[in-house]
Design a protein around this ligand. Structure first.
Ligand code: SAM
Length: 323
């Protein structure tokens, strides 16, 4: 068994303290590079809360709620309140931001501390063309609402090679105005993502350097807010803390401390590898909690050393595993 808050250890000594919980595969958006996930029968609220209590007892300290678009799950806020009562040190949400104007206060009251908002463009036409026709204004207003409720906000952006320069300039101006970190995620070859050309971290760093010049190192050490426990490497350009998630070009698997639970109850130790532990099946055949914990520990122990994106695309979209 694991030792309380020590986390779940794999055979390479990596300790897992962070769970990304997908609460739906459904999404209101149709992003160009992220096709819709097939929607399966999801876990119930009671099943999610029960499993999260087991993960908490096995040393998971940070929980991020994601999807699909998590805010389209009916009853998300009461579910978050129940998850919050389990005593995670950090409780966060990843969202496209469409419901933040309405929900920011309730999310905060339910226990969410920080929100990552996906924002690929500030320009209304480009945003609409990237997302399948959605207006950017409610998202920009939602970000402001989240900040005024005291939620920590980071922006996540995936760039495509043919549009990125103006996109980056406008995003930098927006992040600077609000004083929030802006993170660029390299496009990964999931689903429709494999059909597009992304922008590498190296290309982006060179572009930002030419446009703004690099400044002295950022404010805080990795691991403290707003840096979170994620894989982003932060640098500072033009008065903005810019995070780079070089998912393809700077493999950070050696420090990976993440697990993912899909909406249908499959545990994954890596975004890339297809290995899954079917926890829903264990639940539905009435396995006792001790057995579920043992199976989770054994599964984590078998985690692969690193992803293998370089060997080719993955057919499922990121939305189906909780991006
Ligand atoms: N709907 C929520 C959102 O918009 O943040 C959460 C799920 S979404 C799948 C999470 C993040 O994954 C988004 O920032 C999205 O841009 C990113 N994403 C989707 N497909 C991707 C891909 N092929 N490569 C890199 N990032 C991707």
């Amino acid at each position: 068994m694991t030792d309380g808050d020590a986390g779940l250890r794999d055979s390479f000594g990596r300790i897992h303290t962070y769970l990304r919980l997908s609460v739906t595969e459904a999404c209101n958006y149709r992003c160009r590079y992220c096709g819709p996930g097939v929607v399966h029968r999801g876990l119930s609220d009671d099943q999610l809360v029960f499993l999260c209590s087991l993960f908490r007892s096995m040393g998971i300290r940070a929980l991020r709620i994601t999807g699909g678009e998590p805010t389209v799950r009916p009853g998300l806020i009461p579910l978050i309140a129940r998850l919050s009562s389990l005593g995670f040190e950090r409780l966060a949400l990843t969202t496209n931001g469409t419901s933040l104007v309405r929900d920011a206060r309730a999310l905060k009251e339910a226990g969410i501390q920080s929100v990552n908002v996906s924002l690929d463009a500030v320009d209304a036409d480009l945003y609409a063309s990237l997302t399948g026709g959605f207006p950017v204004r409610p998202v920009l207003e939602g970000i402001a609402a989240a900040l005024s409720e005291g939620l920590a906000v980071k922006l996540n952006c995936v760039l495509l090679a043919d549009t990125y320069r103006n996109q980056v300039r406008q995003l930098m101006a927006f992040a600077r105005k609000l004083g929030i970190p802006l993170r660029f995620i390299e496009l990964m070859p999931f689903g429709d993502g494999a059909r597009w050309e992304g922008v590498s971290t190296a290309t982006l760093v060179a572009f930002l350097g030419e446009e703004y010049g690099e400044e002295a190192s950022p404010r805080g050490p990795k691991g403290s807010e707003p840096w979170g426990s994620g894989p982003a490497e932060y640098r500072r350009f033009g008065g903005v803390d810019v995070g780079f998630i070089g998912a393809l070009t700077s493999c950070f698997c050696s420090q990976c401390q993440r697990l993912r639970l899909t909406n249908e109850g499959q545990l994954k130790t890596c975004l890339y590898h297809p290995d899954r532990l079917d926890i829903r099946q264990l639940l539905e055949r009435g396995s006792p909690p001790e057995e579920i914990c043992r199976r989770i520990e054994a599964f984590v122990l078998r985690k692969q050393l690193r992803h293998a994106f370089q060997t080719g695309p993955v057919e499922w979209p990121l939305s189906s595993v909780g991006g």
